[in-house]
Design a protein around this ligand. Structure first.
Ligand code: GLU
Length: 472
């Protein structure tokens, strides 16, 4: 049987890294197995679910290249299906209407706590006759509770091995706030069955929901899928991930200029290790190599330095045209007008990037010469006259690079370096580089000359000579 898995986010906020990691592991498993990866929007919480969040979930997955195989399901479109099953459970006496008020429930809870008991619903409304309960439900506010069986439930988790829970400790959980208002644990059971889900892969925070869901599957005569609970993501101090990270959504990382390639590589290592231990893992490799045996039980530490390192790695190693597209949203649009020039700038600067927006700071001078102090042109106490002579000389050389020699890096290098050899490296290359960039740190002058072109380079050298004139 081909596996069918699902990613089932609730659109009540932007996608967190934990959520996306769940999506990614499901997707990788599906691709590894040649199965199907499905998307289900769990929007039963009417107050907190927002269209905007649903859209950002779709955008985020699309940005990462996590694609789904069937039309996404939305729980709010499936209310009639849940109602049918709720009625069935009520009819069969497997669920019942509960009319207990919040105050009554709280009093019960406090009494249990004061006796040192784990609080659970005591089952007061269980005994109300079915017809009477149905009649009252038409007028009185109510919820629907599932009659929790009292045996134990065991399942073999692909990550955690055999897990056993005592259902008796759970009490009769609320599965709906009314026939048209199902809650998470119940809706999931119906959907996983109807969508023929074979494997449920999700965060460990859902482990305690699994026995409740299995109990309902048993009562409804559904198949129990295979479960795999992914380890919690821990902060650098090995404690539960702090709010600072928890609150950071995929959207934040995207907006701060992380590459999808880096995010994917980072997330795939949050709890999984390739067979051959290494840090750089492409999605193709992960899909080939994926195995739940290599998913750890213990928490996965969120290592921010590793993410920074991976981002710099991918920035450096992506082909310039791919990178140029990623950088485009972060820089002034006019930079991209000359596509060839922009690509060359990206290619030259990519080693220095840590995040996509860094290019703005690093490469602005290619598009407009910044103002700078004339004294910046002076190399280590060399006389101003020497610097000016050298710049004029270089200008002549640049002007004279014969037309039959293409404006190529090699040709420029040959001419400039021969001037530098004759007149002193520092005394030539430093003022030339400053003249071209207006900055005290930048790539070398040959690279800049090549990208700026002859005319613009000569203009900038003229500007530098003008500045030197003003210098005392
Ligand atoms: N809507 C749940 C969540 O976002 C899905 C849990 C599950 O995969 O069953 O956590």
């Amino acid at each position: 049987m081909t596996p069918r898995v699902r990613f089932a986010p609730s659109p009540t906020g932007y996608l967190s890294i934990g959520n996306v990691r769940t999506a990614l592991f499901n997707w990788i498993f599906a691709r590894h197995e040649g199965g199907k990866f499905l998307l289900r929007i769990e929007d039963t919480d009417k107050e907190r679910s927002k269209k905007e969040y649903e859209e950002s979930i779709i955008d985020g997955l699309t940005w990462l290249g996590i694609d789904w195989d069937e039309e996404p399901e939305r729980q709010s479109d499936r209310l009639a299906i849940y109602e049918k099953y709720l009625k069935r459970l009520l009819d069969e006496g497997r669920a019942y209407f509960c009319f207990c008020t919040p105050d009554e429930l709280e009093a019960e809870r406090q009494a249990q706590l004061s006796q040192g008991l784990q609080p659970k619903y005591g089952g007061r409304c269980r005994s109300i006759p079915k017809e009477e309960a149905a009649r009252r439900a038409e007028k009185e506010s109510h919820v629907i509770r599932f009659k929790m069986p009292s045996h134990t439930v065991s399942f073999t988790d692909l990550v955690r091995g055999k897990v056993t829970f005592d259902l008796d400790l759970m009490g009769d959980i609320i599965i709906a706030k009314g026939l048209d208002a199902p809650l998470y644990n119940f809706a999931v059971v119906i959907d996983d069955e109807e969508m023929a889900i074979t494997h449920v892969i999700r965060g460990e925070d859902h482990l305690s929901n699994t026995p409740k869901q299995i109990a309902m599957q048993e009562v409804l005569g559904f198949k129990t899928p295979v479960y795999a609970h992914l380890p919690l993501i821990l902060g650098p101090d090995k404690k539960k991930l702090s709010k600072r990270y928890l609150d950071a959504s995929l959207k934040d990382f995207k907006e701060r200029g992380y590459l999808p390639e880096a995010m994917l590589n980072f997330m795939v290592l949050l709890g999984w290790h390739p067979t051959v231990d290494k840090e750089i893992v492409s999605m193709d490799e992960a899909v080939k190599d994926f195995n739940f045996k290599k998913v750890q039980k213990s928490g996965a530490v969120f290592n921010q330095e590793k993410l920074e390192w991976l981002n710099a790695y991918y920035l450096k190693n992506l082909p310039a045209d791919v990178l140029a597209k990623q950088i485009a949203p972060f820089i002034p649009p006019e930079w991209v007008k000359d596509e060839k020039k922009f690509k060359e700038v990206v290619d030259l600067e990519k080693e220095r990037l840590r995040h996509l927006p860094d290019l703005k700071e690093l490469a602005g001078f290619f598009f407009a010469l910044p103002d700078y102090q004339p004294s910046l042109l002076i190399w280590k106490g060399a006389p101003k006259s020497v610097i000016a002579d050298n710049l004029s000389f270089v200008a002549n050389v640049v002007r004279g690079i014969p037309n039959h020699e293409r404006w190529s890096r090699d040709a420029i290098e040959k001419y400039i370096m021969s001037v530098a050899a004759e007149k002193g490296r520092g005394e030539v290359l430093w003022p030339l580089r400053v003249a071209l960039s207006g900055k005290d740190a930048s790539p070398g002058p040959v690279e800049i000359l090549y990208i700026l072109g002859k005319e613009e380079s000569l203009r900038r050298i003229e500007t530098a000579l003008g500045k030197l004139d003003l210098l005392q």
